[in-house]
Design a protein around this ligand. Structure first.
Ligand code: BEZ
Ligand code: FE
Length: 290
């Protein structure tokens, strides 16, 4: 091997992947080496700085567990998760834009009939969600599965309220659209909340003096035969943190009016004797392309 210098080492390393029989693997690794080396040359990366970075990566792994996804959070706060989301998960056209699944989706959530109160007794300002699922021509999508989940009025999800809920689900359900593509339920109004800040990702956000908050949102996951699945979120359009979501998911087309109402008749026809919120949205699914 010739004596390598700052510039020739990149080609030498890339060449070691030429023998791979997997074209995609070779492309990914060779490009990664090129960009890593270019990055180090561009910023004149020092040994100490790289040691700090490697220590950071090691600590991302060490703090991670099935319920604490710090590596995923790093991808989220660096905007990589939403970049991949926009590249791979957004069919475009009139289809509703997608947004991150996030760490609070859990398997085994209960099914509920339309109209159910899915708060499971958690106190908060009542929220009435009405939605319609349509195809790209505006035709209703019947029998679509609609997962919905959100936080409480303090920004906590049921899985974080273990003392209060003893492992029971709340503020989440699996609904199904009717023949007109409609679904509806009652719950409580969520609120903005911070992403976890007690790990290495918190250090990064603090060092940058950036917001660690996620604006108030409700998560949805739509699945229907013949359609591209849609994982998305709707955001409170006048939330104090809108436009600076810590994980960059608050796309303009997903900002919604969570309409505040005085006591009175709710969208489901019931009489509500306290102020409540109504959220209504039409979601457009893209047909699955063969
Ligand atoms: C969420 O969608 O709820 C979420 C996404 C990324 C990090 C933390 C929370
Ligand atoms: Fe969330």
């Amino acid at each position: 091997m010739p004596d390598l210098n700052e510039h020739t080492i990149t080609e030498a390393v890339k060449k070691t992947f030429d023998t791979s029989t997997d074209d995609r693997f070779r492309q990914l690794l060779q490009s990664l080496v090129q960009h890593l080396h270019d990055f180090a040359r561009e910023v004149r990366l020092t040994g100490d700085e790289w040691f700090t970075a490697m220590d950071f990566i090691e600590r991302l792994g060490k703090i991670s567990s099935p319920t604490r996804q710090e590596v995923v959070l790093a991808s989220d706060i660096l905007g990589l998760s939403m970049l991949l989301d926009t590249m791979n998960e957004s069919p475009g056209g009139s289809a509703t834009a997608s947004a991150l699944l996030g760490p609070f989706y859990v398997e085994g959530r209960p099914s509920a009939p339309n109209g159910a109160d899915i708060s499971n007794g958690v106190a908060g300002t009542p929220m009435f969600v009405t939605g319609r699922v349509v195809d790209e021509h505006g035709e209703p999508v019947a029998k679509a599965h609609v997962d919905i989940w959100h936080s409480d009025g303090d920004g906590a999800y049921d899985v974080q309220l273990t003392e209060q809920l003893h492992g029971e689900f709340a503020m989440r359900a699996l609904l199904t659209t009717d023949a007109d593509g409609r679904f509806w339920c009652r719950s409580i109004t969520p609120r903005y909340y911070p992403v976890p800040t007690d790990g290495p990702c918190g250090e990064i956000m603090r060092a940058a003096n950036r917001s660690v908050m996620r604006p108030q949102h409700v998560h949805f996951w739509f699945q229907a035969d013949g359609y591209h699945p849609l994982i998305t979120q709707l955001f409170l359009d006048d939330d104090p943190y809108i436009g600076r979501d810590a994980v960059f998911a608050d796309r303009a087309s997903l900002q919604a009016d969570f309409v505040r109402h005085e006591p009175g008749v709710a969208p489901d026809g019931t009489e509500v004797d306290e102020p409540f919120v109504a959220l209504d949205w039409t979601f457009t699914l893209a047909a699955e392309r063969p």
